[in-house]
Write a protein that binds this ligand. Sequence first.
Ligand code: ADP
Length: 547
Amino acid sequence: MNGLMMQQPLLISSLLVHAERHHGDQEIVSRRVEGDIHRCTYRDLASRSRRMAKAIAALGVKPGERVATLAWNGYRHMELYYAVSGSGGVLHTLNPRLHPDQVVYIADHAEDQVLFFDMTFLPLVEAVAGRVKTIKKFVAMTDRAHMPKESKIVGLLCFEDLVDANDDHFEWPTFDENQASSLCYTSGTTGNPKGVLYSHRSTLLHTFAIALPDALNVSARDTILPVVPMFHVNAWGLPYAACMMGAKLVFPGPGLDGKSLYELFETERVTVSAGVPTVWQGLLGYVEAGGLKFSTMRRTVIGGSACPPAMMTAFQQRYDVQVIHAWGMTEMSPVGTAAILKGKHLDLSPEERMAVQATQGRAVYGVDMKIVGEDGAALPWDGKVSGELLVRGPWIIQTYFKGEGGDPLVKDDQGRGWFPTGDVATIDPDGYMHITDRSKDVIKSGGEWIGSIDLENIAMAHPAVAMAACIAALHAKWDERPLLIVVKKHGAELTRDELIKFFEGRIAKWWTPDDVVFVDAIPLGATGKMLKNRLRDQYGKHLLAQG
Ligand code: ADP
């Protein structure tokens, strides 16, 4: 017997309708590419998104077709999030930090029809405009006064002209919640980037999940500044969650350095933020150097790569900002776990609580996970045994766009598909998952695994270390041994032997890195992660060379 409740599709446009009706006067503040601060409300966002939806239809975009963006976090990008997906199109957020060849490959693969871009990216767009096969229209996300005097792009359109050319009398269409809403490509550190195609249903369910108190904990009393870019897995879902909950939004635009971020945090009274560890390093550096404090910041979500415990301690103990360590992937919309304490942890000592928070956390409802050994059999949740992490759930990928790479799922005894994350992890009896490595970064020394993340975390706890990467270097006797690549803090003194000694008593002796290479900078990928494959190419034979 069926239940007798209404059937209502879960559509992205409903988030905007809700925000306009219930939080119409809530503010959205953006630092624009033009350099100024722009203020609008959810009422403005809804009205302008409807006008843009009409403009996009007038450009000839049909339901299901892809509309690309190359843009920072800002109100115009947010309008496209709703205008494109809400009217049945697919929003494809391109990552402007990719090489132009990759941008061309991805835009062609996605068969993008229109490209909207911030003026910062005009040179990149000019470089790719003649090469992309399917993009017919290019739109500069600015007003008439800031349009380029001349451009190589024929028929370049202006965002504000499109908004002005339409009124806001527009009803969001109703359609199947399983229709595609947005598209993100993985970074493609191995092989070509692959597309992950989200649906309205997966997006809405993910939004409910991340807004909950034991996940990102978003409310109408919050002011959220997403540092994580809207081109990096939909800014981890915050543009949707903010509408659902009616939170004030502050968009940093291109200003991602410590000074620009700190100023916005303070002037706009930001309470919550989110970003990858490398961004927080810049912010913490600025705050430390100036002897500053956060007057309104209460918590920050850190994910994308492991948050070093030293960073967590700085935020929590020095600045009274709670760190929510979270883990996820593009293939998971992205959030899978968050390291939030349970009631039974509240009486623990600060150090014991920190150990729980330093894990990648427990699964949010909707995400099922397990760890398996090389034979595929499930391993115990004892917090000790590690294995490959597999996940399943309604906002986790079934297959890549256009079936690229074949069927990614692994079947269990009951024929259910699980997505292999490529991460190696332990899970403790309370369900806290701890990533020791990515399977391709694991160091295999004499047949035993050494987790590179633990070694990086220890190095990062040394006061003279700004950034540390640990890689597998080839070794004549042990096959591979850990090698540390380190960037020192500005002006700090540190020798190889001092750093190696720092590991004593902090880790099993045989895990101690064999050597340290000091460098000026560690290469970062398009989403701010350390490019360990490039370091391996460069330093993989370092130990052999030493003999
Ligand atoms: P890619 O960088 O490959 O495009 P994603 O941005 O989707 O992919 O990153 C997913 C990967 O990032 C995860 O599989 C994991 O290895 C790593 N990651 C994400 N969050 C964390 C975290 N909190 N701790 C450790 N690793 C993380």
